[in-house]
Design a protein around this ligand. Structure first.
Ligand code: DGI
Ligand code: FE
Ligand code: FE
Ligand code: FE
Length: 188
């Protein structure tokens, strides 16, 4: 039921070429992980295509949605890094007419993770982190972790992302902290 050509065109229209190419790589990576771990590869590809749809929307648009949809006011204390996933699902429903709850959940959790994550949620969280163009200290270990299990991949990514955010002095989204506490048991 998904018209890929129209979907890709709508997503590309909202993103720079480099961000759009990231999205395509995440879609490929997510589809492959779904094949490997017996999740739905079509949903993985669609979620990959749309996961950063709202990444370049203006702050004002997110603030308006947080207020008009009566989302948690605490969200106003964060920024695009958090909003484009958690609040971005609003624009994905509105503009792309995607209402599949499994896909929307994966988008909503793709930056922050969550205490409970479906296989698809875990796949998008990981694919975003290890797509072929990602290059940062620890990327090889992140890819290896994802080959051990999705849960180990999530746990590794949470540990390293939190460590990075703290060194940057960033405000940590509470769900990221409780997710780390939950998933860290999968680390050796
Ligand atoms: O959208 P991408 O760049 O592909 O990647 P992403 O959605 O995983 O991360 C977006 C940004 O959000 C990235 O700069 C890291 C940041 N981030 C992740 N967790 C938190 C966070 N920022 C804050 N302030 N707090 C968090 O808990
Ligand atoms: Fe993102
Ligand atoms: Fe991510
Ligand atoms: Fe991304």
């Amino acid at each position: 039921p998904y018209d890929y050509e129209v979907l890709l065109q709508k997503v590309h229209a909202k993103l720079t070429d480099s961000r759009y190419n990231h999205v395509l790589r995440v879609a490929d990576t997510a589809e492959a992980l779904a094949q490997q771990y017996s999740a739905d590869p079509v949903k993985a590809r669609i979620a990959g295509i749309v996961h950063d749809y709202a990444k370049q929307f203006p702050d004002e648009a997110f603030k308006q949605v947080i207020m008009s949809q009566k989302l948690a006011p605490e969200l106003l204390g964060y920024n695009n890094g958090i909003w484009h996933g958690v609040v971005g699902t609003y624009f994905i429903k509105r503009d792309l007419r995607i209402f599949d709850t499994a896909i929307l959940s994966a988008v909503a959790k793709h930056t922050t993770a969550d205490v409970e994550m479906s296989a698809l949620d875990q796949i998008i969280f990981i694919a975003d982190y290890i797509e072929p163009n990602r290059n940062f200290p620890g990327i090889d270990a992140a890819r290896k972790a994802a080959q051990k299990s999705l849960a180990i991949g999530v746990a590794f990514e949470l540990q390293h992302t939190l460590r990075y955010l703290v060194t940057q002095g960033a405000k940590i989204y509470p769900k990221t902290i409780i997710s780390y506490n939950t998933w860290r048991e999968y680390l050796e």
